[in-house]
Every structure is written in structure tokens, then in C-alpha cells.
Design a protein around this ligand. Structure first.
Ligand SMILES: [Zn+2]
Length: 212
């Protein structure tokens, strides 16, 4: 899977759409969450619009219009986007660990749903149930919040998982539920290398020696 070309600001890793659901990929815009290696890909507004196009929820035309807005407004909006990302993480991360989300996390999700419903409409030409084109970065959140609701209310929670190495979330669509890693090419191969390393160096116990 190819990385999405987000600006890394000097961070050495890459970002990939591996979640299988747009809300999981959104939560995954923090690499190595909860660790000292954590990196926030939404540390700049332009990365969010590039991500949204790659995730299939924003047109290039809309992206150009949004990117051209005043930087001060974009900065305020990306802060709100990051806050909503944490709100959605509080719902999705527990589910991916086999735990129910807290009542307060669901309360917050209910509030977010009420905020986005006015932008839901039936398109005159296509008769599709769709969203109004976003005029702010926060407007891009509507399909992401809606997808979170669908995962909570209408998906097989036992297929939600998280990578044991980097904590990214995913929806396992394999027939025999065998998915373990975010990406075999990254964490999967890193784990293989670690196991090989420990087999060849029986005295070694520190994962950190080669895990970085
Ligand atoms: Zn991983």
C-alpha cells in the first residue's frame, strides 16, 4: 500500500490508509498514539485536505478552495478537527480493544451527529443521500462522524482491531479474521525481523534495540 503524500515536518515515518473505514483512518492520523514516538499528521491544515482527498471524501476542487482560505481561520479549524478526532478515538479505540465506549464518549458522539445533520441532503441531480460540499475544514468531518456512527450501530465489533505494534485501528475484512497488523509491510515485517533477531541473539531481551 502506497503512503499518502503528507508533509512530515521532518518525521521519518509515513502515513497509509490502512483502516478500511474512513473514521478509523482519521483516528490513525496520529502515528504511534500514546507513545513517545507519537506524530500528529494533522499538525498543519494542508495535510488534512490532502488526506481527505486521498480518503475519498473531498474533491480536488473543494480542496483548492479550502486551502486558499485565511491561515488564521484554517489554524482555528484544524484545532477543532483534532479535538473531534480525539472525541471519535474515545469511541473507536475501546471498541477495537473489545470494550464498550464510555457513556460520555457516546454523549459527545450524539452531540456531533446533531451538529452535522443540517448538512445532510438529497442531491437534486443524482438523488443520492449526500453531504453539502464543505466550506470549512470542520465541514469535512461530517462523513467521518457519520461513518463512526455506522461502525458503532451497524458493524461487527469483533472485526475491529488495533495493531499490537503501533496501535493503529483497522476493520478486519479477512474471511477467517486473521488480520493482525496495520500493514504487513511495516509492523508485520518489523515483528518478523524482531523474532528473527531474538532467535539469532538468544541473550538479547530489548525490543527497543531494533524496534525504532
Ligand atoms: Zn502497526
Amino acid at each position: 500500500m502506497d503512503p499518502v503524500s503528507l508533509e512530515s515536518g521532518g518525521y521519518g515515518g509515513s502515513y497509509k490508509l490502512i483502516g478500511g473505514e474512513v473514521s478509523l483512518d482519521f483516528v490513525n492520523t496520529v502515528s504511534w498514539p500514546g507513545t513517545e514516538h507519537a506524530h500528529d499528521w494533522l499538525d498543519r491544515p494542508g495535510n488534512f485536505t490532502v488526506w481527505a482527498v486521498a480518503a475519498g471524501i473531498l474533491t480536488e476542487e473543494c480542496r483548492n478552495e479550502l486551502d486558499a482560505r485565511p491561515p488564521t481561520e484554517l489554524e482555528a479549524e484544524i484545532n477543532h478537527v483534532r479535538q473531534v478526532r480525539e472525541d471519535l478515538r474515545r469511541v473507536l479505540a475501546p471498541l477495537a480493544s473489545g470494550e464498550p465506549p464510555s457513556s460520555s464518549a457516546i454523549d459527545t458522539l450524539n452531540l456531533l451527529v446533531r451538529e452535522i445533520l443540517p448538512s445532510r441532503h438529497i442531491d437534486h441531480a443524482t438523488l443520492e443521500w449526500t453531504w453539502e460540499a464543505p466550506v470549512t475544514l470542520s465541514g469535512i468531518l461530517a462523513p467521518i462522524i457519520w461513518n463512526t456512527v455506522r461502525i458503532v450501530t451497524n458493524s461487527d465489533h469483533t472485526r475491529l482491531g488495533h495493531c499490537p505494534s503501533c496501535n493503529w485501528l483497522f476493520y478486519d475484512t479477512t474471511r477467517n479474521r486473521s488480520r493482525r497488523w496495520c500493514d504487513m509491510a511495516d509492523c508485520g515485517s518489523r515483528d518478523k525481523a524482531l523474532r528473527y533477531y531474538h532467535r539469532s541473539k538468544p541473550g538479547s531481551t530489548s525490543r527497543d534495540e531494533i524496534a525504532t
